[in-house]
Design a protein around this ligand. Structure first.
Ligand SMILES: Cc1ncc(C[n+]2csc(CCOP(=O)(O)OP(=O)(O)O)c2C)c(N)n1
Ligand SMILES: CC(=O)[C@@H](O)[C@H](O)COP(=O)(O)O
Ligand SMILES: [Mg+2]
Length: 650
């Protein structure tokens, strides 16, 4: 019997269906509304799972922004957007908040198509100031007096893109309000000089500019923060009380202030709203997970949670039938690093998500968390490789997109042996299209001298990590999906694979399924059905998207009536390169029946994985349908003899 308590009454929240309903509330009522909003957020996420800590950290800021400004006319842009659940509850989506991250439900991030209160979509970090400046300059051209407010976390502020935007905003001088939500947390504790700098700021600079509007922040921070501020103050005594970095960049700076104290936040926002000049940065000190003890006490502040029991905070954990690909990767890398001291590992602010936290426990000096800085991570690895080290750059497929020019210009062009460990390759479920690892095959297989591998199960992943470790002749990448493996027997040690060699998993004679990656299991299931229909089916695991196993592909095409490639990636990846090969070798001239199954040329919205694969037409049913279409003569059951007639002969 779940000990879930019924959610507490929310009399004020029940009266707020749109932010304009907040205009008539007193400051005291806004404080009550914030408490109710926090409880509703906790209750909703206890049902849906998702990103909890970040949203709890901005409840008061969200209430204050919507109470003071006139959204959606005034544009409110959240950075990353994982903290937007309280915002969605206040902006007409409370009735659907328990559909968060579900099929046909609300997105877990801000999304333009979902609401006018979401003027700009997010999910990848550090985009809010650039987007906000775009809105501000557009507003100026249109002669409007609207406000643009960006809420960006201290983690997101560690990415280069944020500085590019600050630099430009300070130079342009457009009216722009940037609220730095400083909770001294990224997903993991923040890293880098910027996080140290921010700590100094709130230690040494009592509130400036708007003292009349808010009391001296440090003395009024909640005890846990105040203690930290005092500790930091002793560390940085003698700090020159000059302009902050933000002021040097052309921003007015207001802060630090307590980002949970509406008696500070409201007057600051009201004052800033009346200002009519340039960019201003408001430095709010908050706590990730604020107001929910299990989150506040957790090391990760409940950054990302599954559904949980509100009373205890205990999360519902799915029973793992096999180790996760992430864990398998980390353990395989540790095994390689045990015998090769030149192996080092780099993450961009995601040590836990990539499994490098495990590597760091074993080799603390050989793991580098560079912050949310994928571009830097890639070129940092290029430098490491050029110096003779063996860097493994572990970045999710979707986030690696952020460092693409660095991959081309700094790694591939110089043939530097950087090893890319590409987790979350393929569809990722509840995070939806912003996080899908759809494009890495396309953006890597077109690069000369790149070796691109895709693990079909967790045992293969171990071998591919060993292969990447051994491969120093140019850059390489191993891609593998989010979630658990298949439960295959695990090898004791990784075997170095022969580069560019695939493998036949099941022999057949009429139809060939050439799989890349973990769709192999679906291919084997489809092959069983095809065999039962009298169509003898071969299943091959390509293993390498680049270099292709040309001998294998040509023999499959020549010796079968139908060849179907299957990959969990967008068009322009593995299947495209197979088609290039077959075209170049004249195989297509002879009417070879080819189909290439890829992710569709559209974004797949969040849902349960099995529903997404069905929608993407990348499951066993779709493979069967593709075989039927390739035969092209009615349903397979009725025409097995015709297939035999269509077997290609040399
Ligand atoms: C380009 C990019 N890299 C990595 C991530 C993964 N990520 C999501 S939230 C987050 C930490 C954000 O920290 P912060 O901005 O301080 O927000 P908080 O969670 O503390 O509210 C990271 C690294 C991302 N969304 N985008
Ligand atoms: C908000 C964000 O970008 C990360 O928290 C991401 O959602 C993590 O994804 P995984 O849950 O696959 O590690
Ligand atoms: Mg933070």
């Amino acid at each position: 019997m779940s000990s879930r308590k019924m959610p507490s009454p929310t009399p004020l929240l029940d009266q707020v269906t749109e932010p304009r309903d907040m205009k008539r509330l007193s400051d005291r009522q806004l404080r009550q509304l914030a408490d109710e909003l926090r409880r509703e957020t906790i209750d909703a996420v206890s049902v849906t799972g998702g990103h909890l800590g970040a949203g709890l950290g901005v409840v008061e800021l969200t209430v204050a922004i919507h109470a003071v400004f006139d959204t959606p006319k005034d544009r409110l842009i959240f950075d990353v957007g994982h903290q937007c659940y309280p915002h969605k509850i206040l902006t007409g989506r409370r009735d659907r908040i328990r559909t968060l991250r579900k099929g046909n439900g609300l997105s877990g991030f801000t999304k333009r198509s979902e609401s006018p209160y979401d003027p700009f979509g997010a999910a990848h970090s550090s985009t809010s100031i650039s987007a906000g400046l775009g809105f501000a300059v557009g507003r100026d051209f249109q002669g409007s007096d609207d406000h643009v407010i960006c809420v960006i976390g201290d983690g997101a502020m560690s990415a280069g893109m944020a500085y590019e935007a600050l630099n430009n905003a300070g130079a342009l001088g457009s009216r722009l309000i940037v609220i730095l939500n400083d909770n001294a947390m990224s997903i993991a504790p923040p890293v880098g000089a910027m996080s140290k700098y921010l700590a100094r700021l709130y230690a040494a600079r009592p509130l400036q500019d708007l003292k009349s509007a808010a009391r001296n922040a440090v003395d009024h921070l909640p005890p846990p923060l105040r203690e930290g501020a005092r500790r930091a103050r002793t560390l940085v005594k003698g700090l020159v009380p000059g302009a902050t970095l933000f002021e040097e960049l052309g921003f007015s700076y207001v802060g630090p202030f307590d980002g949970h104290d509406l008696s500070q936040i409201l007057p600051i926002l009201r004052t800033v709203k009346e200002r009519s000049d340039g960019p201003v940065l408001l430095h709010a000190i908050t706590r990730k997970g604020k107001g929910y003890r299990p989150a506040e006490e957790a090391a990760d502040k409940y950054h990302g949670v599954s559904s949980f029991d509100v009373a205890s905070g205990t999360q519902v954990k799915s029973v793992a039938k096999a180790p996760s690909y992430t864990k398998v990767f980390a353990d395989a890398l540790i095994q390689e690093a045990e015998r090769d001291a030149s192996i080092v590992a780099v993450t961009a602010a995601m040590p836990d998500g990539t499994g490098l936290d495990r590597f760091a426990k074993r080799f603390p000096s050989r793991m580098f968390d560079v912050g949310i800085a994928e571009q830097h991570a890639v070129t940092f690895c290029a430098g490491l490789a050029a110096s003779g080290m063996k860097p493994f750059c572990a970045i999710y497929s979707t986030f690696l997109q952020r460092g693409y020019d660095q991959i081309v210009h700094d790694v591939a062009l110089q043939r530097l042996p950087v090893r890319f460990a590409i987790d979350r390759a393929g569809l990722v479920g509840a995070d939806g299209p912003t996080h899908a690892g759809s494009f890495d095959l396309g953006y890597l297989c077109n690069l000369p001298d790149f070796t691109v591998m895709a693990a079909s199960d967790e045992a293969e992943l171990v071998h591919m990590v060993a292969t990447a470790a051994a491969l120093s002749d140019g850059p390489s990448a191993v891609r593998y999906p989010r979630g658990q493996g298949t439960g295959v027997e695990m090898p004791r040690v990784g075997q170095v694979l022969e580069i560019g060699r695939g493998r036949i998993v099941k022999e057949g004679t009429q139809i060939a399924l050439l799989s890349l990656g973990t769709r192999l299991q679906e291919c084997l299931a489809a092959a069983e059905r095809l065999d039962a229909m009298g169509l003898s089916t071969t299943v091959a695991d390509a293993r390498f998207a680049k270099p292709l196993d040309e001998a294998l592909i040509l023999s499959l095409a020549r010796e079968h009536a139908v060849l179907i490639t299957i990959e969990e990636g967008a068009r322009g990846g593995f299947g495209a390169h197979v088609l290039h090969l077959l075209a170049e070798r004249g195989i297509l001239d002879r009417g070879c029946r080819i189909r290439t199954l890829t992710l569709p040329d559209r974004f797949i919205q969040q849902d349960k994985p099995e529903a997404m694969y069905a929608e993407a037409e990348l499951d066993r049913t779709a493979i069967l349908a593709a075989a039927e279409a390739a035969i092209g003569l009615g349903t397979i059951e009725r025409q097995p003899e015709i297939v035999r007639l269509h077997r290609l002969r040399e």
